[in-house]
Ligand binder design. Sequence first.
Ligand SMILES: Cc1cc2nc3c(=O)[nH]c(=O)nc-3n(C[C@H](O)[C@H](O)[C@H](O)COP(=O)(O)OP(=O)(O)OC[C@H]3O[C@@H](n4cnc5c(N)ncnc54)[C@H](O)[C@@H]3O)c2cc1C
Length: 618
Amino acid sequence: MFSFEKEYDVIVVGSGHAGIEAALAACRLGCETLMLTQNLDTVGQMSCNPAIGGLAKGQLVREIDALGGAMGINADATGIQFRMLNRSKGPSVRAPRVQCDKKAYQFRLKAQLERQPGLEILQATVSRLLVEDESARGVETDIGISIRGRSVVITAGTFLRALLHVGELSKSGGRMADGSSGLTGDLLKLRFEVGRFKTGTPCRINRRSIDFSRCQVQLGDEPLPRFGFLPLPRENDNDLHTLNWTKNGKFHVEQLPCWITNTTSKTHEIISANLHRSPLYSGRIEGTGPRYCPSIEDKVVKFASRTEHHIFLEPEGRHTEEFYVNGISTSLPFDIQFAFLRTIPGLEKAQILRPGYAVEYDYFPPTQLAHTLETKRVPGLYFAGQINGTSGYEEAAAQGLMAGTNAALKVLNRAPYVLSRREAYIGVLIDDLVSQGTDEPYRLFTSRAENRLALRHDNADQRLTERGFQVGLVDSARWKQFSEKRSALQQLRDTTEKTRVDGEFISHLMKRADFSLSRLPSEIASLAPEDHWDLVVADAKSEGYIRRQAVNGDVSRYDEQAIPDQFDFARVNGLSREAREKLARHKPTSVGQALRMSGVTPADAAIMSIYLKQSRRE
Ligand SMILES: Cc1cc2nc3c(=O)[nH]c(=O)nc-3n(C[C@H](O)[C@H](O)[C@H](O)COP(=O)(O)OP(=O)(O)OC[C@H]3O[C@@H](n4cnc5c(N)ncnc54)[C@H](O)[C@@H]3O)c2cc1C
């Protein structure tokens, strides 16, 4: 066994979305950090769709950015289509989503890691955890290298004892063309509990074989909704693999279109007739799949009355013809994928570049973790990302940031950094995981947050940057820019409270649903940039709701609200499908107990509570 002389403060296993944020956060706190990864060519790889953000996930990315993380700025720098989802709805549920150039996204992150002071990177597969005095003390690799570390963060993603499935064929691997990782065996010896999940991905096709005249175009938004709170560098400011720059003072991107088509009854017929060849339905896959990213087989079976499902055709990059076929994740055999693809309008002559497949992998139920993401069983050992039963790049990155931060803080003998449910989606995500666990791949939703009206994507910096600076995650440049913005916002708020228009204070006018900036005299409207007005107006509009929510939001009263025996949860309108299923299965006896169940959100509990009150009155 060859031993490294150096002892690292933090060792990060894995270079996926969790590993990257964990390593960078530990370095920002001044720790000597080592990142080990099975394959350096897959740093930051998006295993499935080439997009960052979306509902609730977009909020997470902005929180990561507000704490100095890499994901948001990297998506901005390599994005090829930018959209704001739910633009027509209230500001608390709007969320940015960026379609990225998949390879540029990876290369830019790899370059950033390679240049990060305090970080070393090594391509190596970790096979064993070194434990001394019951604490994590380093790792060993499969080619006989022993490395000491004062803490270890494992972010092994979908790779643990991973098995890939295409139709009747299965082989070992965490992602097509990658190996799997045997680290589970070592963790089982340390008496960790393990579970099994599965996920899947659709085929990729050649752009030249798509008939776009049969599809509907979907363009990006202008102005571009960005993730980063800091401006992107100007062109030629540095030579990271950046596609998009600030040009002439403006963030500029040549956006690429996406396209929409749909499955047909013929598609569904072919899939139904071949379900026996799907490892999902033949019983060969044991792991539980992601409810909110179902395979096309699942969609056809579970929503049998639907005659079509939307499909989004998304380019994988600027310098490739490869298209991602969003909506038909499958593990059916290649011949069936080939046949059903050609029943889809626009894809009649589609050429498959990569087949779809499913992957089954081990995860470690996250109730084995503290809120710092340190394992309860082995001090100094942290888990982050898909290993904790989540699905999604953003959920993984958020956990990586917090695990890397806490691993570093522990080594530095400093107090841990934990975000509460009230201040951040990151807090909701981690609290849900460690308090309730999850029996299926966990995806974040805004409905999981009690305080969602206040947790907007556009105020993530106001909620988090100050504490991030105190902890050491936020550098002085970001802090300076944020402090200036905060003062400017305060000045604007003061102005709105002192200035009347048509006899009424602007701060009152702004609360009205029909308020728009055009109602103000131009000399007042031009006192601040439009995005500052947007923030102040959004705060004013939501203020009353948030106050009411604080009064009604005391959930302790839910424990006293009994749910009668034999209660039929199917009668309650508005419950999510997941909540309805789990309530019917576990039959909680009070709304409080229901709320503590994994999969039942605060919104579901509120609906139950109102329903029970109404039934009692009737
Ligand atoms: C086929 C497929 C389909 C998916 N579909 C979806 C989807 O539809 N929706 C969705 O939200 N998410 C999907 N995902 C999940 C998504 O990829 C993950 O949520 C996300 O990548 C998790 O990030 P992570 O950092 O936890 O792990 P990963 O991105 O998986 O990274 C794990 C890292 O750990 C490294 N590693 C593992 N073991 C070792 C070891 N022993 N030694 C050294 N390095 C190691 C790997 O090389 C890799 O760098 C899919 C994943 C796959 C594989």
